[in-house]
Design a protein around this ligand. Sequence first.
Ligand SMILES: NC(=O)c1ccc[n+]([C@@H]2O[C@H](COP(=O)([O-])OP(=O)(O)OC[C@H]3O[C@@H](n4cnc5c(N)ncnc54)[C@H](O)[C@@H]3O)[C@@H](O)[C@H]2O)c1
Length: 288
Amino acid sequence: MTGRFEGYAVLITGAGRGIGEATARRFASEGARVLVTDLDGERAARAAAGLRGDGLTADALACDIGDRTAVEAAVAFAADRYGRLDVLVNNAYSFHPDPPLVEDFEDEAWARDLDITLTGAFRCVRAAMPLLSAAGGRASVISVGSVNGEQDFGNHAYSAAKAGLAGLTRTLAGHCAARGVRVNLVAPGTIRTPGWAGREASLDRAAAHYPLGRVGRPEDIAAAVAFLASPDASWITGVTLPVDGGILIGNVGLRRALRRDSAEDSADSAEGRPDQVQDVVVGEPERP
Ligand SMILES: NC(=O)c1ccc[n+]([C@@H]2O[C@H](COP(=O)([O-])OP(=O)(O)OC[C@H]3O[C@@H](n4cnc5c(N)ncnc54)[C@H](O)[C@@H]3O)[C@@H](O)[C@H]2O)c1
Protein backbone atom coordinates (compact mmCIF):
# COMPACT_ATOMS: atom_id res chain seq x y z
CA MET A 1 0.00 0.00 0.00
CA THR A 2 1.11 3.55 -0.68
CA GLY A 3 0.79 6.27 1.91
CA ARG A 4 -1.89 8.22 0.01
CA PHE A 5 -3.48 9.29 3.27
CA GLU A 6 -0.38 10.13 5.34
CA GLY A 7 -1.33 13.06 7.58
CA TYR A 8 -5.07 12.60 7.00
CA ALA A 9 -7.56 12.20 9.82
CA VAL A 10 -10.63 10.12 8.99
CA LEU A 11 -13.87 9.60 10.92
CA ILE A 12 -16.08 6.64 9.98
CA THR A 13 -19.52 5.86 11.39
CA GLY A 14 -20.76 2.30 11.94
CA ALA A 15 -17.15 1.15 11.59
CA GLY A 16 -17.15 -1.62 14.17
CA ARG A 17 -17.67 -4.28 11.51
CA GLY A 18 -18.53 -4.90 7.86
CA ILE A 19 -17.98 -2.23 5.24
CA GLY A 20 -17.14 0.43 7.83
CA GLU A 21 -14.44 -1.71 9.41
CA ALA A 22 -12.94 -2.61 6.02
CA THR A 23 -12.93 1.08 5.11
CA ALA A 24 -11.19 1.96 8.36
CA ARG A 25 -8.55 -0.65 7.59
CA ARG A 26 -8.07 0.67 4.06
CA PHE A 27 -7.52 4.27 5.18
CA ALA A 28 -5.28 3.26 8.09
CA SER A 29 -3.25 0.97 5.80
CA GLU A 30 -2.59 3.96 3.57
CA GLY A 31 -1.33 6.10 6.41
CA ALA A 32 -4.41 7.79 7.89
CA ARG A 33 -5.28 8.17 11.54
CA VAL A 34 -8.77 6.71 11.79
CA LEU A 35 -11.48 7.31 14.33
CA VAL A 36 -13.60 4.16 14.38
CA THR A 37 -17.06 5.04 15.70
CA ASP A 38 -20.03 2.75 16.18
CA LEU A 39 -23.30 2.58 18.09
CA ASP A 40 -21.75 -0.47 19.73
CA GLY A 41 -18.73 0.93 21.58
CA GLU A 42 -17.19 -2.47 22.28
CA ARG A 43 -17.38 -3.36 18.61
CA ALA A 44 -15.63 -0.10 17.73
CA ALA A 45 -12.98 -0.75 20.37
CA ARG A 46 -12.32 -4.26 19.01
CA ALA A 47 -12.00 -3.00 15.44
CA ALA A 48 -9.62 -0.18 16.42
CA ALA A 49 -7.55 -2.55 18.57
CA GLY A 50 -7.27 -4.87 15.57
CA LEU A 51 -5.85 -2.03 13.49
CA ARG A 52 -3.43 -0.96 16.21
CA GLY A 53 -2.36 -4.59 16.57
CA ASP A 54 -1.25 -4.41 12.94
CA GLY A 55 0.80 -1.29 13.62
CA LEU A 56 -1.83 1.12 12.24
CA THR A 57 -3.22 4.25 13.89
CA ALA A 58 -6.80 4.11 15.12
CA ASP A 59 -8.97 5.23 18.00
CA ALA A 60 -12.45 4.08 18.96
CA LEU A 61 -15.52 5.87 20.22
CA ALA A 62 -19.12 4.88 20.84
CA CYS A 63 -21.32 7.13 18.72
CA ASP A 64 -25.00 6.82 17.83
CA ILE A 65 -25.55 8.95 14.75
CA GLY A 66 -29.15 9.36 15.85
CA ASP A 67 -27.89 11.52 18.74
CA ARG A 68 -26.71 15.02 17.82
CA THR A 69 -24.70 15.39 21.03
CA ALA A 70 -22.87 12.10 20.44
CA VAL A 71 -22.07 13.09 16.86
CA GLU A 72 -20.69 16.45 17.97
CA ALA A 73 -18.65 14.70 20.65
CA ALA A 74 -17.12 12.40 18.03
CA VAL A 75 -16.09 15.35 15.88
CA ALA A 76 -14.70 17.12 18.98
CA PHE A 77 -12.70 13.95 19.77
CA ALA A 78 -11.16 14.06 16.28
CA ALA A 79 -10.34 17.76 16.72
CA ASP A 80 -8.62 17.13 20.07
CA ARG A 81 -6.82 13.99 19.03
CA TYR A 82 -5.73 14.80 15.47
CA GLY A 83 -6.16 18.58 15.28
CA ARG A 84 -7.96 18.19 11.98
CA LEU A 85 -10.47 16.16 9.97
CA ASP A 86 -9.97 15.39 6.28
CA VAL A 87 -12.49 12.65 5.55
CA LEU A 88 -15.92 11.82 6.93
CA VAL A 89 -17.41 8.49 5.91
CA ASN A 90 -21.15 8.22 6.59
CA ASN A 91 -21.57 4.46 6.72
CA ALA A 92 -23.96 3.71 9.61
CA TYR A 93 -27.56 2.92 8.72
CA SER A 94 -30.80 1.53 10.01
CA PHE A 95 -32.71 -1.24 8.32
CA HIS A 96 -36.19 -2.46 9.14
CA PRO A 97 -37.52 -5.30 6.98
CA ASP A 98 -40.70 -4.50 5.07
CA PRO A 99 -43.86 -6.09 6.40
CA PRO A 100 -45.72 -8.08 3.73
CA LEU A 101 -48.16 -5.19 3.21
CA VAL A 102 -47.16 -1.54 3.00
CA GLU A 103 -50.18 -0.54 5.11
CA ASP A 104 -48.62 -2.43 8.02
CA PHE A 105 -45.42 -0.35 7.97
CA GLU A 106 -45.51 1.59 11.24
CA ASP A 107 -44.50 5.24 11.57
CA GLU A 108 -41.86 4.37 14.17
CA ALA A 109 -40.06 1.92 11.89
CA TRP A 110 -40.25 4.35 8.97
CA ALA A 111 -39.01 7.26 11.08
CA ARG A 112 -36.15 5.24 12.53
CA ASP A 113 -34.76 4.26 9.11
CA LEU A 114 -35.02 7.83 7.79
CA ASP A 115 -33.61 9.32 10.98
CA ILE A 116 -30.51 7.11 11.10
CA THR A 117 -29.77 6.44 7.44
CA LEU A 118 -30.53 9.87 6.00
CA THR A 119 -30.72 12.44 8.80
CA GLY A 120 -27.81 10.77 10.61
CA ALA A 121 -25.55 11.49 7.64
CA PHE A 122 -26.70 15.11 7.65
CA ARG A 123 -26.00 15.38 11.41
CA CYS A 124 -22.46 14.18 10.84
CA VAL A 125 -21.80 16.58 7.96
CA ARG A 126 -23.22 19.50 9.94
CA ALA A 127 -20.96 18.75 12.90
CA ALA A 128 -17.87 18.08 10.76
CA MET A 129 -18.07 21.00 8.32
CA PRO A 130 -16.04 23.51 10.35
CA LEU A 131 -13.13 21.04 10.54
CA LEU A 132 -13.51 19.76 6.97
CA SER A 133 -13.56 23.25 5.52
CA ALA A 134 -10.37 24.06 7.44
CA ALA A 135 -8.52 21.08 5.87
CA GLY A 136 -6.90 23.09 3.11
CA GLY A 137 -9.08 22.00 0.20
CA ARG A 138 -8.39 18.27 0.39
CA ALA A 139 -11.38 17.27 2.50
CA SER A 140 -14.26 15.11 1.44
CA VAL A 141 -17.39 13.43 2.64
CA ILE A 142 -18.25 9.99 1.30
CA SER A 143 -21.57 8.46 2.22
CA VAL A 144 -22.45 4.82 1.74
CA GLY A 145 -25.74 4.57 -0.11
CA SER A 146 -27.12 1.52 -1.87
CA VAL A 147 -28.35 0.31 -5.22
CA ASN A 148 -31.69 0.39 -3.38
CA GLY A 149 -31.52 4.17 -3.75
CA GLU A 150 -31.29 3.79 -7.54
CA GLN A 151 -33.71 0.97 -8.43
CA ASP A 152 -36.35 -1.22 -6.81
CA PHE A 153 -34.84 -4.05 -4.80
CA GLY A 154 -37.50 -3.96 -2.07
CA ASN A 155 -37.73 -2.15 1.26
CA HIS A 156 -39.57 1.17 1.24
CA ALA A 157 -37.99 3.08 4.11
CA TYR A 158 -34.42 1.92 3.54
CA SER A 159 -34.68 2.64 -0.20
CA ALA A 160 -36.24 6.07 0.35
CA ALA A 161 -33.48 6.96 2.80
CA LYS A 162 -30.77 5.79 0.39
CA ALA A 163 -32.35 7.73 -2.50
CA GLY A 164 -32.46 10.73 -0.16
CA LEU A 165 -28.73 10.36 0.41
CA ALA A 166 -28.16 10.79 -3.34
CA GLY A 167 -30.12 14.06 -3.30
CA LEU A 168 -28.37 15.21 -0.14
CA THR A 169 -25.01 14.40 -1.71
CA ARG A 170 -25.74 16.60 -4.74
CA THR A 171 -26.99 19.59 -2.75
CA LEU A 172 -24.20 19.36 -0.18
CA ALA A 173 -21.63 19.04 -2.97
CA GLY A 174 -22.84 22.33 -4.45
CA HIS A 175 -22.98 23.99 -1.07
CA CYS A 176 -19.57 22.79 0.14
CA ALA A 177 -17.54 23.12 -3.09
CA ALA A 178 -16.47 26.69 -2.47
CA ARG A 179 -15.32 25.65 1.01
CA GLY A 180 -12.96 23.06 -0.43
CA VAL A 181 -15.00 20.01 0.56
CA ARG A 182 -16.09 17.38 -1.98
CA VAL A 183 -19.17 15.27 -1.26
CA ASN A 184 -19.80 11.92 -2.97
CA LEU A 185 -21.79 8.72 -2.55
CA VAL A 186 -20.98 5.09 -3.23
CA ALA A 187 -23.92 2.80 -3.96
CA PRO A 188 -23.00 -0.80 -3.13
CA GLY A 189 -24.74 -3.85 -4.46
CA THR A 190 -25.05 -6.88 -2.18
CA ILE A 191 -21.98 -7.14 0.04
CA ARG A 192 -21.19 -10.15 2.22
CA THR A 193 -21.01 -8.57 5.70
CA PRO A 194 -22.08 -9.60 9.21
CA GLY A 195 -25.31 -7.68 8.53
CA TRP A 196 -26.34 -10.73 6.46
CA ALA A 197 -25.62 -13.25 9.23
CA GLY A 198 -28.01 -16.18 9.03
CA ARG A 199 -28.96 -15.36 5.41
CA GLU A 200 -26.06 -17.01 3.59
CA ALA A 201 -28.49 -18.83 1.27
CA SER A 202 -29.87 -15.46 0.13
CA LEU A 203 -26.34 -14.29 -0.64
CA ASP A 204 -25.63 -17.44 -2.63
CA ARG A 205 -28.82 -16.97 -4.65
CA ALA A 206 -28.08 -13.26 -5.12
CA ALA A 207 -24.66 -14.02 -6.62
CA ALA A 208 -26.34 -15.52 -9.67
CA HIS A 209 -27.98 -12.17 -10.49
CA TYR A 210 -24.70 -10.31 -10.68
CA PRO A 211 -23.15 -9.85 -14.13
CA LEU A 212 -19.72 -10.16 -12.53
CA GLY A 213 -20.78 -13.47 -11.00
CA ARG A 214 -20.46 -12.84 -7.28
CA VAL A 215 -21.70 -10.65 -4.47
CA GLY A 216 -19.35 -7.96 -3.22
CA ARG A 217 -16.75 -7.93 -0.49
CA PRO A 218 -16.42 -5.11 2.07
CA GLU A 219 -13.01 -4.38 0.53
CA ASP A 220 -14.66 -3.60 -2.83
CA ILE A 221 -16.50 -0.71 -1.19
CA ALA A 222 -13.53 0.38 0.91
CA ALA A 223 -11.45 0.72 -2.28
CA ALA A 224 -14.07 2.94 -3.93
CA VAL A 225 -14.43 5.12 -0.82
CA ALA A 226 -10.66 5.53 -0.65
CA PHE A 227 -10.53 6.48 -4.34
CA LEU A 228 -13.19 9.16 -3.86
CA ALA A 229 -11.31 10.55 -0.86
CA SER A 230 -7.96 10.55 -2.66
CA PRO A 231 -6.28 13.28 -4.71
CA ASP A 232 -7.08 11.17 -7.82
CA ALA A 233 -10.71 12.21 -7.33
CA SER A 234 -9.96 15.88 -6.67
CA TRP A 235 -12.26 17.00 -9.52
CA ILE A 236 -15.13 14.68 -8.64
CA THR A 237 -17.99 15.91 -6.50
CA GLY A 238 -21.72 15.30 -6.19
CA VAL A 239 -21.66 11.88 -7.86
CA THR A 240 -23.19 8.54 -6.99
CA LEU A 241 -20.72 5.78 -7.84
CA PRO A 242 -22.33 2.34 -8.08
CA VAL A 243 -20.01 -0.39 -6.82
CA ASP A 244 -22.31 -3.20 -7.67
CA GLY A 245 -20.86 -5.98 -9.81
CA GLY A 246 -22.93 -4.60 -12.69
CA ILE A 247 -26.37 -5.15 -11.12
CA LEU A 248 -27.61 -1.72 -12.25
CA ILE A 249 -26.72 -2.36 -15.88
CA GLY A 250 -30.08 -3.95 -16.56
CA ASN A 251 -32.40 -6.80 -15.80
CA VAL A 252 -30.55 -10.12 -16.00
CA GLY A 253 -33.78 -12.12 -15.65
CA LEU A 254 -35.44 -10.29 -18.54
CA ARG A 255 -32.39 -10.65 -20.74
CA ARG A 256 -32.41 -14.36 -20.06
CA ALA A 257 -36.16 -14.63 -20.72
CA LEU A 258 -35.77 -12.91 -24.09
CA ARG A 259 -32.80 -14.98 -25.18
CA ARG A 260 -33.09 -17.02 -28.35
CA ASP A 261 -32.01 -20.63 -28.27
CA SER A 262 -29.07 -19.88 -30.53
CA ALA A 263 -25.33 -19.99 -30.92
CA GLU A 264 -25.10 -16.71 -29.00
CA ASP A 265 -26.58 -18.54 -26.04
CA SER A 266 -23.95 -21.22 -26.12
CA ALA A 267 -21.35 -18.47 -25.90
CA ASP A 268 -23.12 -17.28 -22.76
CA SER A 269 -23.47 -20.81 -21.46
CA ALA A 270 -19.76 -21.34 -21.77
CA GLU A 271 -19.41 -18.92 -18.88
CA GLY A 272 -21.91 -20.86 -16.83
CA ARG A 273 -23.97 -17.80 -15.90
CA PRO A 274 -27.42 -18.67 -17.35
CA ASP A 275 -27.55 -21.94 -15.40
CA GLN A 276 -26.70 -20.13 -12.19
CA VAL A 277 -29.58 -17.73 -12.76
CA GLN A 278 -32.17 -20.51 -12.83
CA ASP A 279 -32.73 -20.81 -9.09
CA VAL A 280 -33.28 -17.15 -8.39
CA VAL A 281 -36.01 -16.33 -5.88
CA VAL A 282 -37.83 -13.19 -7.01
CA GLY A 283 -37.75 -10.43 -4.43
CA GLU A 284 -34.62 -11.62 -2.67
CA PRO A 285 -32.54 -10.08 -1.38
CA GLU A 286 -34.43 -7.12 0.04
CA ARG A 287 -31.32 -5.23 0.99
CA PRO A 288 -28.59 -5.39 -1.61
N1 LIG B 1 -24.04 -5.32 3.14
C1 LIG B 1 -24.76 -5.01 2.06
O1 LIG B 1 -25.25 -5.88 1.31
C2 LIG B 1 -24.98 -3.57 1.71
C3 LIG B 1 -25.50 -3.26 0.43
C4 LIG B 1 -25.72 -1.94 0.08
C5 LIG B 1 -25.42 -0.94 0.99
N2 LIG B 1 -24.91 -1.26 2.20
C6 LIG B 1 -24.62 -0.16 3.12
O2 LIG B 1 -23.32 -0.28 3.62
C7 LIG B 1 -23.26 0.27 4.93
C8 LIG B 1 -22.66 -0.74 5.89
O3 LIG B 1 -23.37 -1.97 5.78
P1 LIG B 1 -22.83 -3.32 6.47
O4 LIG B 1 -23.49 -4.43 5.76
O5 LIG B 1 -21.35 -3.25 6.57
O6 LIG B 1 -23.49 -3.19 7.91
P2 LIG B 1 -23.31 -4.07 9.23
O7 LIG B 1 -24.70 -4.32 9.73
O8 LIG B 1 -22.41 -5.24 9.04
O9 LIG B 1 -22.57 -3.04 10.22
C9 LIG B 1 -23.15 -1.80 10.49
C10 LIG B 1 -22.56 -1.18 11.74
O10 LIG B 1 -23.28 0.05 11.98
C11 LIG B 1 -23.54 0.16 13.36
N3 LIG B 1 -24.71 1.01 13.60
C12 LIG B 1 -26.01 0.68 13.53
N4 LIG B 1 -26.78 1.72 13.87
C13 LIG B 1 -25.95 2.74 14.19
C14 LIG B 1 -26.15 4.07 14.66
N5 LIG B 1 -27.37 4.54 14.92
N6 LIG B 1 -25.04 4.84 14.88
C15 LIG B 1 -23.81 4.35 14.65
N7 LIG B 1 -23.56 3.10 14.24
C16 LIG B 1 -24.62 2.30 14.00
C17 LIG B 1 -23.75 -1.27 13.84
O11 LIG B 1 -23.51 -1.38 15.24
C18 LIG B 1 -22.75 -2.05 12.99
O12 LIG B 1 -21.51 -2.23 13.65
C19 LIG B 1 -24.70 0.67 5.27
O13 LIG B 1 -24.88 2.04 4.97
C20 LIG B 1 -25.53 -0.17 4.32
O14 LIG B 1 -26.79 0.39 4.04
C21 LIG B 1 -24.69 -2.54 2.58
